[in-house]
Design a protein around this ligand. Structure first.
Ligand code: SF4
Length: 371
C-alpha cells in the first residue's frame, strides 16, 4: 500500500535505527516530546523504543484532545443532555470519558438521549431528521477536527437549520506547547511535531519554538519509519547545535497549512480569552468559541451551562502524565483501578491517550512496569 508499506520496511527501519545509534552521543541524555497521542501509539504499537538507544527518552505531550478536556466540561455537556428536548451527539471516544457522575454512555443508559456520530455533519443530519428536538454536537479536537465543525456550522446557517447547535470544546495546540516550554519542569530538548494538526496549520506556527526557545521541532508522520526519520532529523540538529522547524511529513503536511480549512475556522470561530486544560490549568487564548455571528448555533448561548469545575480523583495522576512529568505506569491507579475497560481518567479511554498506549502495547500491570 503506497505511503504505508514503504514506511514499515524492515530494512529501512534497521537503517534508520542504526543512524540514530550513530548520531546519539552516549554521554548525553535526550528528552524528546512527541506532542501528538497518535505518535505515542505508533511508538508503543511498533515497539520503537526497543530499537532506540537507552539515552533517548520519549515523553508524551498534550496532543490528545479528549485527554486534556477537564472533567467539568464533560459534566457541562452532560447537563445539556439532561434536557429531555435534547439529543446530544458526540464522537465515540467521548462516550466513555468519565464525568463526575458517570460517562456519557452511563448517562445514556440512565435515559439521556446521547448518540455517537462519526462527524459533525452526521449530527446536523440528526437535526434535520428530528425537527421537534434540539440536537447539540459536543465538539472536541484540535485544529484537526475544528474545520469540519466550522463547515458544518456554515452549512447549518446556509440551510437555516435552527434546531442544531455546537457545544464547542475545540482547543489549539500552539498555546499548549508554549505552556510546556514555560513550565518550570521543562526539560524537553526537542519536539516530534504533531502530524494531523499540522495538515491544517502547517509548519510556520512552530517557528517561535526554535527562534525563542532554541528547541528543534520536526513535524512527523505516524508510521514507524516516519517517527525514526524524525528522530534522526532531530539528532542531526541537536548535534549540530541548531534549532529550526523541519517537515518530515511533507507528503501530507503543506508548509503553509490548509488555507481553505483555516479560512473556514476564521469565519466561524474566535479565540476564547482562556480555557482550562486538564493537567495544564487555565491557558489564555488556547481554545475556540463561536463568533457572535454564529450565536444562534452556539449551545453556550442557547442552554444554561453550569460551568462546573471538578478536580480529578485524588489518586489519579492524569495531570502529571499529561505534562510528561510521570510515565503512565507510574500512576498509582495504572492497570489496577484504571484500565481501558474501567477507566478513571481520559488518558486510559481515548484511542490517543498515553495510558491506553502503555496498557495496550507495553505494560499491562504495575508489576510488569517495574521490570
Ligand atoms: S492510569 Fe488512569 S488515573 Fe492514572 S494517569 Fe492514567 S488515566 Fe489517569
Amino acid at each position: 500500500m503506497k505511503f504505508v508499506d514503504e514506511f514499515r520496511d524492515a530494512h529501512l527501519i534497521r537503517q534508520a535505527a542504526g543512524e540514530i545509534r550513530r548520531l546519539a552521543d552516549p554521554a548525553r541524555h535526550y528528552r524528546l516530546m512527541e506532542v501528538c497521542g497518535g505518535h505515542t501509539h505508533a511508538i508503543y504499537r511498533f515497539a520503537l523504543k526497543d530499537v532506540l538507544p537507552d539515552n533517548i527518552e520519549l515523553v508524551h505531550g498534550p496532543g490528545c484532545p479528549v485527554c486534556v478536556l477537564p472533567m467539568g466540561r464533560v459534566d457541562d455537556g452532560l447537563s445539556i443532555a439532561s434536557d429531555p428536548k435534547v439529543i446530544l451527539a458526540t464522537f465515540g471516544d467521548m462516550m466513555r470519558v468519565p464525568g463526575r457522575n458517570g460517562t456519557p454512555l452511563e448517562h445514556k443508559a440512565r435515559g439521556a438521549d446521547i448518540r455517537m456520530v462519526y462527524s459533525p455533519l452526521d449530527a446536523l443530519k440528526l437535526a434535520e431528521k428530528n425537527p421537534d428536538r434540539e440536537v447539540v454536537f459536543f465538539a472536541i479536537g484540535f485544529e484537526t477536527t475544528a474545520p469540519s465543525t466550522a463547515l458544518t456550522l456554515m452549512r447549518a446557517r446556509a440551510l437555516g437549520i435552527r434546531n442544531f447547535s455546537v457545544f464547542c470544546n475545540h482547543v489549539t495546540i500552539i498555546p499548549a506547547i508554549r505552556a510546556i516550554l514555560d513550565s518550570p519542569d521543562m526539560r524537553i530538548e526537542a519536539f516530534i511535531g504533531p502530524g494531523h494538526v499540522s495538515t491544517v496549520i502547517g509548519c510556520r506556527p512552530y517557528e517561535f519554538i526554535c527562534r525563542d526557545y532554541k528547541r528543534p521541532l520536526v513535524t512527523s508522520g505516524f508510521e514507524p519509519l516516519d517517527v525514526l526519520q524524525s528522530i534522526v532529523m532531530i539528532l542531526r540538529q541537536l548535534e549540530a547545535g541548531t534549532a529550526f522547524v523541519e517537515n518530515q511529513y511533507a507528503r501530507v503536511v503543506p508548509w503553509e497549512g490548509n488555507l481553505p480549512a483555516l479560512r473556514a475556522m476564521a469565519e466561524v470561530f474566535e479565540l476564547r480569552p482562556y480555557f482550562e486544560w486538564r493537567g495544564l490549568g487555565f491557558i489564555s487564548q488556547s481554545a475556540l468559541k463561536l463568533r457572535d455571528s454564529y450565536a444562534a448555533w452556539d449551545a453556550e448561548s442557547r442552554f444554561h451551562i453550569p460551568g462546573i469545575r471538578v478536580t480529578d480523583p485524588k489518586a489519579a495522576q492524569c495531570g502529571e502524565v499529561l505534562k510528561g512529568v510521570l510515565k503512565p505506569h507510574q500512576c498509582k491507579l495504572f492497570g489496577r483501578e484504571c484500565t481501558p475497560e474501567k477507566p478513571v481518567g481520559a488518558l486510559m479511554v481515548s484511542s490517543e491517550g498515553a495510558c491506553a498506549a502503555y496498557y495496550n502495547y507495553a505494560l499491562r500491570t504495575t508489576a510488569a512496569a517495574a521490570v
